[in-house]
Design a protein. Structure first.
Lengths: 360, 423
């Protein structure tokens, strides 16, 4: 399936391309604005946060903030719309929350992990969902910790390996199922292919599975609803879509998997305005836009009478190759449908517009 | 001998000659007619008609109509003049010959020329066709590019529009916030004054009520935000969840494992376990469990621990007779022999164990280290220090962190130096 100019397919239009002088690891839209943040690591081993604003056909650099340690990931998920504080995880295991107006001293800081924080996610902020604002971090030291910005130094939940067990790197974390004040779920993906679902209300492991290849990225289609779908991407070009509405006591959740390309799928991001459309970014510098179709019946009874989920199908809407290096980070703008930013390892950040999503 | 057709009839005008030739029942096709400027021939074997024309004609435009057992020629004269007769009379045989050959040659040349002309036109046509298709494709491509460009521009415009909307919304919001802030401060000042005026009576209840009633404004006021914060649940009670990772036979992720080697090792193990030396005659008087090499190995281990080295050796011997592919049996028997100071046998058994412990994978690391150490010790006790040192170093390579092996290796090196010095 190649990129065609057929009248009905969504097109991915490259709007702006900006070359950077450092390696960018994560890029995020600042909510309720046309500004975006790039987080990364400069050649001299320090961390950089750059704030850009979209002006016509170019990006204008508004601020540049340098920090002692390279920054791996960041999120706005746990702050309110007025404050818009950025939570970042760096190469040293520190979790910091910054006020971008006064970035010299972090609003909250803790050395959460012994090794690099690979992934971070926030929930409870931005006017989405209910409940306390919380941040979850997953690190190479094998632990997943949930933090509340109102509580210093200790995490409110800690998922760590059993004593004596050899640890596996946690590569990705995601919040989900936060539809009321009590319910919340954290999904973590590890480098040996484990996916674990932790329920924070009962503080227990709710489900786990193994997809054989290391899990690069997991995301729920929406954080603030009863958990509906989970997409997990892995090495060797495969991704799995799990239907999370029906959990079978032994078989777990139903899933459909798709092999998109030969290289690693680095990120998956759902379109904030339509939860059945998501984009995956690949190690060969390509982006694929997918649509999930639900099956006729989402659950069925198995031979013993217990409910079992039925997975639907995934179809490719569009694909485009933007770079020769992996596209490691991707973010949709929550305010403008189809606007997204992606950062690649060729030290460029690109702003893209995906058209015709209204028709999907 | 051809049959000459002579009953032809002809008439002429100033510019043309009309010749009619009856065919006497023969069928004519265009191939049978040969015509050049001054020579006309119709040859339908066995019939033949030949005419050397009085004057040259324009053979390109002249026509021949075949039908009704008759060929009707319309020959256009090159020069309009009346001919005395159709054919040239007095034509001598030689002249005839000459004219014939000439005619044939001319015809051939004409054919060649025509061919060339045709080729040229064909090439020109092809070129033209190619250019036409190229133009079409170019047009198509341009159309697609234009579509894309239009999309891009439309999208860029929408983006600008949205951005401006955002800016306006922000400005509006900030103005609104300032306005409301102002509004909120006024009643607060009033309330403060009221509180100060009122005395003991606990008014917190009433003042709180009044605070709530002013909350009906927009959501951007500070006070409503404060209240919302109070509605947030308290931070979760800290807890830890312990996790286990998926066990694998080999503790490496799929991409790290050396699958081929590990598969081989597993396969070998499985094979070894399945084999049983079928030497039944001697084994008839053994009990069921004594025929199980694993059980015998356990028995041997227990006896070793208790110090009954001979008994252990016996148990291992029997186990080996049943199944000679289990490396652990040889390994343990080597340990027993060491204790019994049967050094050569110890060396033999360790070597056999090492042989069976290929291919080298992380799973059989421990076993290999032990085998090397035992063989090393045996060598040293036989005063074959160089071989002993070799084995210790091999063991160290597999397990660099083991302090005991290091110490022993050091000791052996010392011994070697001393013996070399003394000798």
């Amino acid at each position: 399936m190649s990129a065609t100019a057929g009248p009905e397919r969504p097109q991915v239009v490259s709007h702006v391309q900006q070359a950077l002088s450092y390696t960018v690891f994560d890029c995020r839209w600042v909510p309720r604005s046309a500004r975006l943040l790039c987080l990364g690591s400069a050649a001299r081993g320090t961390g950089l946060i750059q704030l850009y604003e979209l002006h016509g056909a170019r990006l204008e650099l508004l601020r540049e903030i340098e920090k002692p340690k390279p920054i791996k990931c960041g999120t706005f998920g746990a702050t309110s719309l007025q404050q818009r504080y950025l939570a970042t995880g760096d190469f040293d295991g520190n979790l910091n929350i910054w006020n971008l107006e006064a970035p010299e001293i972090p609003v909250y800081s803790v050395k959460g992990h012994k090794e690099i924080i690979n992934s971070i996610d926030g929930v409870g902020g931005l006017g989405i969902g209910e409940g306390a604002p919380e941040i979850v971090t997953g690190s190479r030291d094998g632990t997943v910790k949930v933090w509340d910005p109102r509580q210093n130094d200790t995490p409110v939940a800690n998922m760590e390996p059993v004593q004596g067990e050899s640890k596996r790197d946690c590569w990705t974390v995601a919040f989900g199922n936060a539809y009321n004040q009590e319910e919340r779920v954290v999904c973590a993906g590890y480098d040996n292919g484990d996916i674990k679902l932790f329920d924070l209300k009962t503080m227990s492991l709710r489900w786990e599975t193994n997809i054989k290849n290391g899990v690069c990225s997991v995301e729920f289609d929406r954080k603030d609803i009863n958990m509906n779908k989970l997409v997990a991407t892995s090495l060797e070009g495969k991704f799995h879509v799990f239907d999370m509405r029906t959990q079978h006591p032994t078989k777990g959740f139903a899933s459909v998997s798709e092999k998109a390309q030969k290289s690693t799928i680095w990120q998956v991001r759902h379109l904030p305005q339509n939860r059945d459309i998501f984009m995956t970014s690949g190690g060969s510098g390509s982006l694929h836009l997918w649509k999930y179709e639900y099956p006729a019946h989402r659950s069925k009874k198995d031979s013993e009478g217990s409910e079992m989920g039925v997975a639907g199908s995934v179809s490719l809407l569009q694909n485009v190759t933007l770079s020769t290096q992996p596209i490691s980070s991707l973010d949709w703008s929550p305010d403008k449908k189809g606007l997204c930013v992606c950062g690649a390892f060729d030290q460029t950040v690109r702003v893209l517009i995906v058209t015709k999503l209204n028709k999907m | 001998m051809p049959v000459w057709l002579r009953e032809h009839s002809w008439r002429q005008t100033l510019t043309a000659v009309y010749l009619s030739l009856p065919l006497r029942g023969a069928r004519a096709t265009p191939a049978n007619i040969f015509c050049s400027e001054q020579y006309l021939k119709v040859s339908i074997p066995p019939f033949l008609f030949e005419a050397i024309l009085y004057a040259p004609i324009d053979d390109a435009n002249s026509t021949a109509k075949i039908g009704n057992g008759n060929i009707f020629f319309t020959l256009y004269k090159k020069e309009p003049a009346m001919w005395d007769s159709l054919t040239l009379a007095n034509a001598g045989k030689e002249k005839l010959q000459y004219l014939r050959e000439n005619a044939v040659l001319k015809a051939q040349e004409k054919a060649k020329e025509e061919k060339e002309a045709k080729k040229i036109t064909k090439q020109a046509c092809k070129k033209y066709a190619l250019e036409a298709t190229m133009k079409l494709e170019e047009a198509e491509r341009k159309r697609i590019e234009d579509l894309k460009e239009k999309e891009r521009q439309k999208v860029a415009k929408e983006l600008e529009f949205w951005k401006n909307q955002q800016k306006d919304a922000d400005k509006y919001k900030s103005i609104q916030q300032k306005g409301e802030l102002h509004q909120e401060i006024e009643p607060l000042k009033e309330r403060k004054n009221e509180k100060m005026n009122k005395t003991r009576i606990p008014n917190e209840g009433t003042s709180k009520i009044r605070l709530k009633s002013t909350k009906g404004h927009g959501s951007c006021s500070i006070f409503s935000q404060n209240l919302k914060e109070e509605q947030l649940p308290a931070p979760r009670a800290a807890a830890t969840i312990k996790v286990n990772f998926t066990p694998r036979v080999f503790p490496t992720a799929l991409r790290e494992s050396r699958v081929a080697e590990e598969e081989e090792w597993l396969h070998k193990q499985a094979e070894a376990r399945r084999r049983i030396n079928s030497d039944l005659s001697e084994l008839e008087d053994l009990k069921e469990e004594e025929k199980n090499p694993d059980w015998l190995k356990d028995k041997g281990n227990k006896m070793f621990v208790m110090g009954n080295y001979l008994g252990a050796v016996n148990a291992y011997n029997l186990a080996v007779r049943l199944n000679d592919k289990l490396p652990l049996l040889y390994l343990n028997r080597a340990a027993c022999h060491l204790k019994l100071r049967n050094l050569h046998k110890a060396i033999e058994d360790s070597s056999k164990a090492l042989e069976l412990l290929t291919p080298p994978v992380p799973d059989n690391e421990n076993a290999r280290v032990k085998a090397h150490v035992r063989r090393g010790t045996a060598f040293c006790q036989l005063e074959l220090y160089t071989e002993g040192l070799q084995d210790y170093e091999a063991a160290l390579k597999i397990d660099p962190k083991n302090k005991n092996i290091e110490k022993d290796a050091e000791k052996v090196r010392h011994f070697m130096e001393e013996t070399m010095q003394s000798s």
